[in-house]
Design a protein around this ligand. Structure first.
Ligand SMILES: Cc1ncc(C[n+]2csc(CCOP(=O)(O)OP(=O)(O)O)c2C)c(N)n1
Ligand SMILES: [Mg+2]
Length: 551
């Protein structure tokens, strides 16, 4: 069997349905193998960064590994942005990269890279297959590592002669997913602590999402009367309209931060590594704070703060086990406290009218909240516009918000197309800035080619406003290098076969969005905004000389 055919067979055995790619001569034997598996769709992208962002977005939309294949050297370096992103977001991804033939290694051969060094600090595992017979073992291990423990990106390098040689290869079965059970005594301790606490708070991260524990988290919060917070950019881990929902750990959500880190007398962190944003720049939980950390990966525990109680377990197994304990006596005080927390969150996520000379972001959010289908998937790119979706949109369905914690520009459109391929029945809406759209917006062509229509909302403030904001705050009146002279976005949309609409006034957004929903093809809505209105709370001129949060 050709080595490349064995790789294709392994992908099929792992249940892969979509592979994102840009072609390269270094891995054509794998593509030849894929011809034998028509059920696997090989998606052809326009840039490897986009292909890899699609694989990452696909992983977040399905909670299974996203797969990407790119050529050696330049293909691999282009794809690297999403490897970094997948690492930050604990997203399972398998990136296959071409490599020079074995006899050329170490000679600075055509497009050669030492992937171990290049991807070493941003991938979960990097491996080069140097013997065709090892393909099945290494491929199944790559998928296993990508999805187990704290999920993450795995890079598999395929030397050209390994994929093009013919040898006897014995296939093996994929390694089944393991879901570590909690220690039962530790669960008893946890339940005891909750029952003894006055104000226990549950803070959940993507560990609950990869464990598919949506229902169990709800049952646990209800049974033990816990307000629930979601970690940074994990708004879709818990139904936002559930009465126990208390908010997301967004830097501007002071109420949520206060609840988690000041007001609670017991903080239970389930499936979150507690990243920089969730912990307000690593300042919480303070030493001595009663804090229980539960994660399926031992390495995540205590990464930033030492917990009083630590439990290694799959989130769902932990919850199932805790739910076997009897419910505490209903506590009236606790119930009214939870209702207060939910009301504070509702207040925080309700936009108020804020007229601007162009289109008001608050108005766009109000209109979206009234017209978005309940199970729509939202993706966002990086930029100042993103603060409005993070704060105001509400999510009541699992896997409905895809936004990288890395804060990289570029994933908005690609991850939306991937989400649409994964869930053709759901509406997918991408939110992108003018800067971000010009980085990866060409994947609207991929959406058309594979019949995966999306709605792209491009907030055009004629520049890299997020950076304009930092410049103005730190060095007032000296903006440089942040303005963009833009193309006509609506026309660009049309050129990709999408409906292209320009929104220049508040009252034009809702009709445009309704038209997009009914379009039966992709839509690009260009929303013209005023860069002076840089955050939901502040204007650019208010920020002059003020230190902004960040490192
Ligand atoms: C790949 C990448 N390049 C640069 C940055 C730095 N950066 C963060 S936000 C931003 C501006 C984004 O501009 P735009 O997409 O127009 O959104 P806006 O901030 O104007 O709303 C830049 C340049 C980044 N995060 N990622
Ligand atoms: Mg902009």
């Amino acid at each position: 069997m050709l080595g490349g055919h064995a790789v294709a067979q392994c992908l099929n055995n792992e249940g892969v349905k979509h592979i994102f790619s840009v072609p390269g001569e270094s891995y054509i034997a794998v593509v030849d193998g894929l011809v034998n598996f028509p059920a696997i769709k090989l998606i052809t992208n326009r840039q490897e960064g986009c292909a890899a962002f699609m694989a990452e977005g696909y992983a977040k939309a399905t909670r299974a590994p996203g797969v990407c294949i790119v050529t050696r050297g330049p293909g691999a370096t282009n794809a690297s942005i999403a490897v970094h992103s997948a690492k930050y977001d604990s997203a399972p991804m398998v990136l296959l990269v071409g490599q020079v033939s074995r006899n050329a290694r170490g000679r600075e051969a055509g497009q050669e890279i030492d992937y171990g060094q290049f991807f070493g600090s941003i991938a979960k595992w990097v491996i080069e297959i140097n013997d065709p017979k090892q393909i099945p073992r290494i491929m199944s291990r790559a998928f296993h590592i990508a999805r187990s423990g704290r999920p993450g990106p795995v890079v598999v390098a395929l030397p050209r002669d390994v994929t093009e040689s013919d040898s006897e290869i014995v296939m093996s079965e994929p390694i089944p997913s393991l879901t570590p059970n909690p220690d039962l005594a530790a669960v008893e301790t946890l339940v005891g602590r909750i029952n003894a606490a006055r104000k226990p708070v549950l803070l959940i991260g993507s560990g609950t999402q990869y464990a598919n524990a949506w229902k169990e988290v709800i049952a646990f919060a209800e049974k033990f009367q816990l307000p629930v917070l979601t970690s940074y950019k994990r708004q879709d881990a818990f139904p936002n309209n559930h009465p126990n929902y208390a908010g997301n750990m967004l830097t501007s959500n002071k109420h949520a931060q206060n609840l988690a880190y000041e007001e609670s007398d017991l903080l239970i962190v389930l499936g979150s590594r507690l990243n920089q944003q969730t912990t307000a720049g690593f300042t919480f939980p303070r030493p001595g704070k009663p804090f229980v950390h539960i994660d399926s990966d031992e390495e995540n525990i205590g990464q930033n703060s030492r917990p009083g109680v630590a439990i290694v377990a799959d989130a769902k197994q932990l919850l199932v086990s805790a739910l076997k304990h009897p419910a505490p006596r209903p506590n009236e005080n606790r119930a009214s406290w939870i209702a207060e927390q939910h009301a504070a969150q509702k207040e925080f996520c309700t936009p108020k009218e804020r007229p601007t000379p162009k289109v008001s972001m608050e108005r766009v959010m109000m209109d979206l909240k009234s017209a978005m289908p309940a199970d729509a998937i939202t993706t966002t790119d990086a930029g100042s516009f993103g603060q409005w979706q993070q704060r105001y949109l509400e999510f009541d369905h699992p896997n409905s918000y895809i936004s990288p914690t890395l804060g990289c520009m570029g994933p908005g459109v690609p991850s939306a197309v991937a989400a649409k391929l994964a869930h053709p029945q759901r509406t997918v809406i991408a939110h992108i800035g003018d800067g971000g759209f010009l980085m990866t917006g060409q994947e609207m062509a991929t959406a058309k080619q594979y019949n995966a229509p999306i709605i792209a909302i491009v907030y055009n403030n004629q520049g890299y406003n997020s950076i304009r904001m930092h410049q103005e705050a730190q060095y007032p009146g000296r903006q440089l290098g942040v303005a963009l002279d833009n193309p006509d976005f609506a026309l660009m949309g049309e050129s990709y076969g999408a409906l292209g609409v320009k929104v220049t006034r508040d009252d034009e957004f809702l009709p445009a969005f309704k038209k997009a929903l009914a379009a039966n093809r992709s839509a690009l809505i260009e929303v013209q905004t005023d860069y002076e209105y840089v955050t939901p709370n502040a204007r650019l001129s208010d920020l002059a000389g003020k230190k902004l949060a960040g490192d």
